[in-house]
Design a protein around this ligand. Structure first.
Ligand SMILES: *[C@@H]1O[C@H](CO)[C@@H](O)[C@H](O)[C@H]1NC(C)=O
Ligand SMILES: *[C@@H]1O[C@H](CO)[C@@H](O)[C@H](O)[C@H]1NC(C)=O
Ligand SMILES: *[C@@H]1O[C@H](CO)[C@@H](O)[C@H](O)[C@H]1NC(C)=O
Ligand SMILES: *[C@@H]1O[C@H](CO)[C@@H](O)[C@H](O)[C@H]1NC(C)=O
Ligand SMILES: *[C@@H]1O[C@H](CO)[C@@H](O)[C@H](O)[C@H]1NC(C)=O
Ligand SMILES: *[C@@H]1O[C@H](CO)[C@@H](O)[C@H](O)[C@H]1NC(C)=O
Ligand SMILES: *[C@@H]1O[C@H](CO)[C@@H](O)[C@H](O)[C@H]1NC(C)=O
Ligand SMILES: *[C@@H]1O[C@H](CO)[C@@H](O)[C@H](O)[C@H]1NC(C)=O
Length: 669
């Protein structure tokens, strides 16, 4: 008796350990009392929404009470769980990172990062045995640093994001044992079972679509004793993170049991996953006292900080190694004066990497555009500055000259020559003041192509631009197109910035392999150039949320006009009939070819420029068996293959060999 009381007291001290084996089941979470972190929430229909289409965020949900995972001699109990999840990216080729089922010692994992770390680890404690974290990841981005096998896999992670075992998502059908692939980020609900056999020390993970019973053969199985990994009590739940892609991660139902088999979920009673349509109006925000007090607080803080700031106003960073780059280094004070203190009035635009201000340098009176890029990491700064200095030597009439840089704490400023006419998008979208006519557009296109060719092939190093788009093309006094903003992306190559994913660029211009694997190549620039060609010829953005749903994606829209034999229907109505039919057709078709989801099938910039200069003929699109392109194409679902007439032209500029032609759009990935 005394012993029992002592034991009870002990358990009480350890932290309210329930002595029975915990089990629970949620068919939807409307009445569930989960502990939520980050942007996780429970919708009115009872969905557990871990992330809600917001970039660079983490969402977590844990069962609120600690669960006893070990017996008195310290060996881990068996447990089993099943849950139904759905991952719905706004655009199929740009999803967030995925969902992990997690056992962790605490409900909030201190110091953990989102993005590729799923809110579980960070770059210093990843793979450290003091983490005591067990996770099963449903991972939809390939991170080479964790040796991820692809962008659609299931893995068992012990104390770190490098999986101990992983397989492409799929399941073995009962009966014939055939492996069927599954796409985790398809938006379709799927069920997962995770089981640990404490006697056999075996972990198994099984996956199946909702209409399939639990397969007898698991997808993953790993012999591993979890006893040293699990603490006496652990929290159990889910963690999810988003990167550059807008993605909603959902859990629809969840059942869990220690020392037993978790109860089956009632699939028919699970909440439904909303279909992502055009952007919803946000109608939350109850403005009131909280906002006002926040404003007051901020005012007070900024008042106090005023004197401090004054002192630090012109502080910049210079290290010895920078002295050799003297001519390329600008004084912060000069840039501050030039831009009138970075006044909003001088703001020229906001790009993927930062804000750009107009300015006039105090002594030389040269007009400049100053780009402010925030950058926390000091790592790689030296290499980057060396590159800026060398990029400063890039000279081409279709590139905006980069004059130099200035470095401040956590900030980098790049100084470019100022282009008074602004960027090309202002001349083609919406109701431009001076819409460019076709000759002018075609000239800009050829100019940009020649600038890109120079970056890719004609300079001493290969420079990948990474953010080719109309708003990065500036128009000079003679209406030449000039590419701006180059070189910046390299900062993110060298200086690892763990806050962001590795994907840098703009939605709609990102090649599928780029957004999936984060690797930028000349070929990913060609993809973006394809989107650029289409936007210039059609006068529309690559992704136009105001268009009817089926027309949102420009490539698909142009493609549908092409398949119906009326590609010229896609031309910008603002041009009227004032254009050269052959040239417009060439640009549109070239745009489609460049938007090919298979990188190998895209032409290179030299071939493109030759085509534009009419030195060689465009290959007959029909001979390439093009069937759909771009963003949705690579998803590989619901596409008809268009097998067109036999190749008719011998003057095939790109000399595709048959294997390339076969792989062309033969179903995507
Ligand atoms: C997502 O949730 C966060 C926090 O709840 C909210 O601030 C944000 O507006 C939401 N975003 C969308 C797109 O619903
Ligand atoms: C929810 O769980 C927390 C943490 O265990 C507990 O404090 C709270 O009372 C619970 N609320 C309800 C309504 O069960
Ligand atoms: C620990 O307890 C389990 C049963 O709870 C038993 O199967 C196992 O053999 C024990 N191990 C040791 C080392 O005593
Ligand atoms: C990583 O997390 C640990 C705690 O889990 C924390 O001590 C450390 O500061 C974090 N590192 C970074 C770089 O945030
Ligand atoms: C693991 O983490 C512990 C505690 O945070 C730390 O003392 C130890 O040095 C880390 N080990 C490694 C290999 O980083
Ligand atoms: C497997 O997990 C253990 C944790 O105990 C870790 O030390 C090891 O590196 C992992 N193996 C692989 C291949 O990741
Ligand atoms: C399933 O996916 C794997 C790799 O992800 C691939 O090699 C295989 O061909 C696919 N199988 C089918 C039937 O699509
Ligand atoms: C697999 O499961 C099915 C039912 O889903 C069952 O009829 C069959 O016997 C099982 N096969 C094996 C080899 O266990």
């Amino acid at each position: 008796m005394f012993f029992k009381i002592a034991l009870l007291a002990l358990y009480f001290l350890v932290g309210q350990v329930t002595m029975e084996d915990v089990g629970f089941k949620f068919n939807g979470f409307r009445s569930a009392n989960l502990s939520l972190n980050g942007i996780a929430g429970i919708t009115s229909s009872g969905l557990l929404q871990l992330t809600n289409a917001t970039r660079q965020e983490v969402g977590q949900a844990f069962y609120p009470s600690p669960i006893n995972f070990k017996n008195s001699n310290g060996s881990a109990f068996s447990f089993s769980t099943s849950f139904v999840f759905a991952i719905e990216p706004e655009y199929p080729d740009l999803s967030g990172h995925g969902i992990a089922f997690v056992l962790a010692p605490t409900r909030i994992i201190p110091g953990a990062r989102g993005s590729q770390f799923f809110g579980l680890f960070n770059e210093t404690n990843n793979d450290n045995s003091s983490n005591h974290v067990f996770a099963v990841e449903l991972d939809t981005i390939q991170n080479n640093e964790f040796r991820d096998i692809n962008f659609n896999h299931v893995g068992i992670d012990i104390n770190g994001m490098t999986s101990n075992i992983s397989k492409p998502a799929g399941y073995y059908a009962n009966g014939n044992g055939v492996l069927h692939n599954l796409t985790l980020y398809s938006g379709k609900p799927m069920q997962v079972w995770v089981e640990y056999d404490g006697l056999a020390k075996k972990i198994s993970v099984t996956l199946a679509p909702l209409d399939v019973n639990k397969p007898n053969t698991s997808l993953l199985s790993l012999l591993y004793d979890l006893s040293p990994i699990l603490k006496q009590t652990m929290y159990v739940g889910f963690s999810s993170s988003t990167g550059s892609g807008l993605t909603s991660h959902y859990v629809l139902g969840w059942s869990f049991k220690v020392n037993g088999i978790s109860q089956g979920l009632d699939l028919s009673r699970l909440p439904k996953v909303p279909r992502i349509g055009p952007k919803e109006k946000s109608k939350f925000l109850t403005i009131g006292l909280p906002t006002i007090s926040l404003v007051l607080l901020l005012t007070a803080i900024s008042g106090m900080a005023y004197y401090m700031r004054r002192k630090k106003k012109y502080a910049e960073e210079i290290e010895d190694w920078e002295l050799e780059y003297g001519p390329h280094r600008f004084k912060y004070r000069d840039l501050y004066v030039a831009t009138k203190g970075f006044r909003e009035k001088e703001l020229l635009g906001t790009g993927g990497f930062g804000r750009v201000f107009r300015g006039v340098l105090p002594t030389s009176k040269v007009q400049v555009a100053v780009k402010r890029v925030s950058h926390e990491s000091r790592q790689g700064m030296r290499e980057f500055v060396a590159e800026i200095a060398s990029l400063g030597r890039l000279r081409h009439r279709n590139l905006v000259p980069l004059l130099g840089y200035c470095r401040r704490k956590a900030e980098l400023l790049l100084v470019y020559e100022y282009m008074p006419n602004g960027s090309l998008d202002k001349f083609i979208y919406d109701q431009p003041k001076f819409p460019l006519n076709w000759d002018q557009r075609f000239r800009v296109i050829k100019g940009v192509a020649s600038g890109l060719l120079y970056l890719h092939e004609e300079w001493e190093q290969v420079v990948v631009h990474r953010d080719v788009k109309a708003s990065n093309v500036l128009v000079d006094g003679e209406l030449n197109g000039r590419l701006g903003d180059f070189g910046l992306a390299r900062l993110y190559d060298h200086g690892t910035d763990p806050q962001t994913t590795h994907v840098v660029g703009t939605l709609g211009y990102l090649a599928p392999e780029h957004s999936r694997c984060g690797r930028a190549t000349p070929s990913t620039d060609v993809y973006a150039f394809g989107a650029f060609l289409l936007e210039v010829a059609c006068g529309r953005r690559p992704i136009d949320n105001r268009a009817p749903t089926e027309d949102i994606i420009l490539v698909d829209w142009v493609f549908s006009h092409w398949t119906s034999g009326e590609i010229l229907q896609a031309v910008d109505p603002k041009l009227g009939n004032e254009y050269v039919k052959e040239e417009v057709e060439l640009v549109l078709k070239l745009g489609l070819i460049c938007s090919h989801s298979d990188a190998d099938a895209r032409p290179n910039m030299r071939q493109i420029l030759l085509c534009l200069e009419s030195a060689v003929a465009l290959p007959e699109l029909s001979s390439l068996r093009i069937s759909g392109a771009g963003i949705t194409f690579a998803h590989g679902e619901g596409f008809d293959e268009f097998i067109m007439s036999k190749p008719s032209s011998a003057s095939n500029a790109f000399s595709y060999d048959s294997s390339v032609a076969d792989s062309l759009l033969s179903g995507g990935r």
